[in-house]
Every structure is written in structure tokens, then in C-alpha cells.
Design a protein around this ligand. Structure first.
Ligand code: SF4
Length: 222
């Protein structure tokens, strides 16, 4: 889009600090069911699911964990089997060698430093082997302790289209979002953008004509 149109569009919708409230309110009504798509019954199952979800779909992870969680209940269980067995059990999620290494390293640290419990603080979660900031953010938010805003491909695309950030790098996008989004909404905000991205604001064909944010979005094509 030419620069003059971008400027004109930004002026039309107004400052992001005034738009963020209505954006969240409308998305919350539109996607009242927005929630994490991974299935888990405990903090440990949540952590394992999120670790396995790298580079694959949530549907695929759920298919694998349905059987996995019948066999593995506590951190010790992931260390009690030979490495090759765990590799086989998570094979279908892809990158199974690296994921097995990360899972076993994480289970060892949980036992040695956290009494076998999953910590809720971001600084502690990112110390676990193979747990990057995004994984830690997802886990902390689901455990009710959101300490940042999860930035995945949908959050990145929608934040840019909605004019909430001009950054490309996920860490810098998160920095912009935590300044803008009220802290109480840090946990649900990414889910709202993810579901809006899946259902309406598609990467290649955004359906602006059906979008509840059309008057708040500088990228609207309507
Ligand atoms: S108006 Fe269009 S570009 Fe903007 S959020 Fe809605 S679907 Fe996406």
C-alpha cells in the first residue's frame, strides 16, 4: 500500500490506545469460545503439549497426546523409558529427536529443582531445556499467571494489520503489545487474535466485509 494511503488509513481509525479497548470487547463477543486448542488435564500435560506443538498443528499434538498421557503421568515416567521409546511415542509430532531431548531435560530439571511441579513464573519456565519464551508465555497464561503476550504467526499478522505494532520481530511485537493491552487481558488477547485470524482475517484472503473490526482497522479493504 502506498505510504500516503497508510497514513490516511491510520488517521481514519484513530490512535491505537483508543482502539484497543473496543477491539478486545468486540473480539471477545465474536469469539466467546476462543481458548487454547490443546487438550490437557494438568500443568504437566499442558507443558508437554505446548512443547510438542512446535512446528506442527494442535490437532496433530492432541492425536499424539491422547495416547501419550495414558502412559506418562509424572516427570519420572518420561525418564523411566529408553530414549528411543519416547521418540517413538512422540514421532508423529515431528522433530521427535530434539523434542525427546528437550522433554527429558525438562523432566530432569522439574525433579531436581521444582519438586516435580511445573513452575508458573516466566523466568523459571524459560530455564527449562527446550522451553522458549513463547512456550513459557503460553504455559504461564494457561496457569493463570500471564506475564507477557504470546506472539505466534496469527498474533503477529493481526497486530500489524490492526496497526498495533510496526515491528517484525516477535519479541519487539510483544514489547509493543504489553504496553498497549491491559494486563488483565494478556492471557486472552492472543487467543482472540488467533481465532479471528483463523476464522476471518486469513493470511492471504482477509474477509474484511465480514469483520467486526472493519471501522477500527487501518488495513480494511472495505
Ligand atoms: S478489517 Fe480486514 S484486515 Fe482488518 S482485521 Fe478485519 S479482516 Fe483483518
Amino acid at each position: 500500500m502506498p505510504r500516503s494511503f497508510v497514513k490516511e488509513a491510520r488517521q481514519r481509525v484513530g490512535p491505537k490506545s483508543e482502539r484497543i479497548g473496543p477491539i478486545i470487547e468486540r473480539l471477545a463477543i465474536e469469539h466467546a469460545d476462543a481458548a487454547i486448542a490443546l487438550r490437557f488435564r494438568s500443568p504437566l500435560e499442558l507443558l508437554v503439549s505446548v512443547m510438542l506443538s512446535a512446528q506442527t498443528t494442535d490437532v496433530n499434538v492432541n492425536r499424539v497426546t491422547e495416547k501419550l498421557f495414558i502412559k506418562y503421568h509424572k516427570p519420572e515416567d518420561y525418564l523411566a523409558v529408553p530414549q528411543e521409546e519416547l521418540e517413538r511415542d512422540i514421532f508423529a509430532t515431528g522433530f521427535y529427536r530434539q523434542k525427546t531431548k528437550s522433554l527429558r531435560g525438562t523432566m530432569r530439571m522439574l525433579l531436581e529443582e521444582f519438586d516435580g511441579e511445573v513452575p508458573t513464573r516466566l523466568e523459571e519456565l524459560i530455564r527449562l531445556p527446550g522451553v522458549a519464551r513463547k512456550t513459557a508465555n503460553v504455559v504461564a497464561a494457561e496457569l493463570g499467571e500471564a506475564q507477557g503476550v504470546v506472539v505466534d504467526t496469527h498474533v503477529r499478522r493481526l497486530s500489524q494489520r490492526l496497526g498495533l505494532t510496526r515491528q517484525e520481530d516477535p519479541v519487539k511485537i510483544e514489547r509493543d503489545l504489553v504496553r498497549l493491552v491491559p494486563r488483565a487481558d494478556w492471557g486472552r488477547f492472543p487467543h482472540l487474535l488467533i481465532w479471528h485470524g483463523r476464522r476471518v482475517c486469513d493470511a492471504r484472503r482477509p474477509r474484511c466485509e465480514d469483520c467486526v473490526l472493519v471501522d477500527l482497522c487501518p488495513s480494511s479493504r472495505v
